[in-house]
Design a protein around this ligand. Structure first.
Ligand SMILES: [Fe+2]
Length: 248
């Protein structure tokens, strides 16, 4: 089973909006159009937050317009720039979902809402952690993949690391405890970071628009890196293989 993750679209009501000299609408449209043609076999498309840049309902209409060509289920989760109300409105569409988790084959895909109110930082909510722990206990025969907006581990960029999930230690302790957690992926940092903890691969996905330089002190645009997306393959025996693709 193959799932594709895209993240940090930063769409605004204005389709002509440029962020760091990249038109965010056109860049997201280019990637989604590419995915719809090159990956007809995907089981789901996960969009891991910062869908919007201005929280307007028009920015989410723009998302619906460019995802119309994708013939698969779409899962939305909020980033620090998103409106949860607008995401829920999008989820009234048949193919679009904003549930906390979904299950396919012997995998559970869990999508925490890491948006902290009135802050760019990440925060896990106790009621979602409780549901997750219950799922882990009740589905000991299944494998778990977690999607987040914010990063749960330090990535070596001080500005970004201030915005880390403040209570990520709860999640890291669960990864240490449960060998069934096989992967954790996030957005927000606009570049690629990969590490391993216990049985889980931990990694980020590049933005569909502007990229940032890894391990830079402040947020610095990486002009060499192109917009991208992530492909993740899940095997029935709990193996996870993943790769990032960049647009040329
Ligand atoms: Fe973000």
């Amino acid at each position: 089973m193959k799932i594709i993750q895209i993240t940090d679209l930063h769409l605004r009501s204005d389709k002509n909006y440029n962020a760091f000299e990249i038109n965010t609408f056109q860049s997201a449209e280019m990637i989604i159009s590419h995915i719809s043609k090159q990956h007809r076999d995907i089981g789901a498309l996960v969009i891991s937050g910062d869908i919007s840049d201005d929280e307007t309902s028009e920015s989410y209409s723009n998302l619906m317009e460019i995802t119309d060509q994708i013939n698969t289920e779409i899962y939305l989760m909020p980033g620090n720039h998103d409106s949860i109300e607008e995401i829920e409105k999008c989820a009234s569409n048949n193919r679009v979902n904003s549930e906390l988790y979904f299950m396919r084959d012997n995998w559970v895909f869990f999508m925490f809402n890491t948006k902290k109110n009135n802050s760019p930082n990440g925060l896990l909510k106790q009621h979602e952690i409780d549901i997750f722990i219950n799922m882990l206990r009740e589905n000991s025969d299944k494998f778990f993949m977690i999607f987040l907006h914010h990063h749960p581990v330090k990535i070596g960029s001080p500005t970004m690391d201030k915005m880390i999930i403040e209570n990520a230690n709860i999640l890291l302790e669960l990864i240490e405890q449960y060998k069934s957690i096989r992967g954790v992926s996030w957005g927000h940092i606009h570049n690629v970071f990969e590490t391993q903890l216990n049985n889980a691969k931990l990694f980020s996905t590049p933005s569909t628009c502007y990229q940032s330089k890894p391990k830079s002190k402040s947020f610095v645009i990486d002009e060499k890196e192109k917009p991208g997306y992530r492909i993740i393959h899940f095997s029935s025996s709990g193996e996870l293989k993943t790769e990032v693709r960049r647009m040329c």
